[in-house]
Write a protein that binds this ligand. Structure first.
Ligand code: ATP
Length: 297
């Protein structure tokens, strides 16, 4: 009996770990309670990465058939470059990220990575190729070290300190009496939104994926916290193909290209300077933001 009890107990432990990890990923995209809708095709093959270019071609998506959220959205992100997506609340920005991570399949058009349709590759290989820095990072009730290394078995303490440094967290963690062993989460140290996001950045740096989804925080941070985040984001986006969802326009600072989405349609695409000169939707969003920032000071 005892012999049987021990493995079952262990299985229970593994089950809880897996459940917790899945919950974390689902929360990244606000998907808790949503049934998973995609499955590997019977002949799905692992994604073959040759650089990590991303291409959306005439993508259409509806969460419910009566309401189309994205209409014929097309864009390319060359390998290693950043595309920032801006637009009003509800325009469909986060939906682009969910489709790239293949939480849903497109209802029309296609999404390709290095020329391969997402529906033809295994979900496991796809998700290993993509790192996500979500708006609201959910941490495990465990140590800081565990929270950084959980997606990267085999990471050494030196590796963890290296990514903490790049994510602008090294000084913060060195000042904690228990350092990497500090418990965080509900029963431990409470971290600010900005600190949690930098933990997510450190986690992605350790995973080192070629493709990155950044979902910029919507809540306002003070200017010092924002500077730390932007510096860390600059490091993490360097040399990675990045889809940056900019709810507040600050992510665009390091974007090669900007896409303006409105009611699920691409209304403008170009560089910051081109779009300002065009005097259209982007320049109005920019002017609104400048005015809000001035009022906030
Ligand atoms: P914000 O800047 O406010 O985060 P967004 O541009 O990222 O907005 P999305 O989250 O992509 O917008 O949502 C686009 C539209 O899709 C919204 O009208 C939203 O209500 C709807 N939507 C989002 N998720 C779901 C879902 N799981 N089921 C049904 N509708 C959804």
């Amino acid at each position: 009996m005892i012999q049987l009890f021990v493995p079952l107990n262990f299985l229970g432990f593994i089950y809880r770990e897996i459940r917790e990890a899945l919950t974390n990923i689902e929360r990244l995209f606000g998907l808790l309670g949503e049934p998973q809708k995609v499955a590997d095709a019977p002949d799905a093959e692992p994604l073959r990465l040759t650089g990590g270019s991303v291409s959306f071609s005439q993508v259409r998506h509806a969460y419910h058939s009566e309401r189309t959220i994205l209409h014929d959205v097309s864009f390319d992100i060359p390998a290693g470059q950043t595309l920032a997506v801006v637009g009003p609340s509800g325009a469909g920005k986060s939906t682009l990220a969910r489709l790239l991570f293949r939480f849903y399949d497109v209802d029309g058009g296609s999404i390709r990575i290095d020329g391969q349709d997402l529906r033809a590759v295994t979900q496991d290989s796809l998700r290993r190729a993509i790192g996500v820095v979500p708006q609201d990072t959910v941490l495990f009730n465990d140590t800081i070290g565990y929270n950084i290394a959980y997606g990267s078995p085999g990471a050494s303490q030196d590796d963890i300190w290296r990514v903490l440094r790049l994510a602008q967290l090294e000084d913060f963690v060195r000042r904690l009496p228990e350092g990497l062993e500090t418990q965080v989460g509900e029963r431990g140290l409470k971290l600010s939104g900005g600190e949690k996001q930098r933990i997510a950045i450190a986690r992605v740096l350790l995973k080192d994926p070629p493709i990155l989804i950044l979902d910029e925080a919507t809540s306002s941070l003070d200017s010092h916290a924002e500077r730390l985040i932007l510096d860390a984001l600059n490091v993490v986006a360097r040399k990675r193909t990045t889809l940056a969802i900019a709810h507040r326009l600050s992510t665009i600072v390091h974007a090669e290209r900007i896409l303006v989405l409105d009611q699920g349609r691409v209304v403008e695409q170009g560089s910051h300077a081109e779009l300002l000169a065009a005097g259209g939707a982007y320049s109005r969003l920019w002017a609104d933001q400048q005015r809000d920032d001035t009022h906030a000071q």
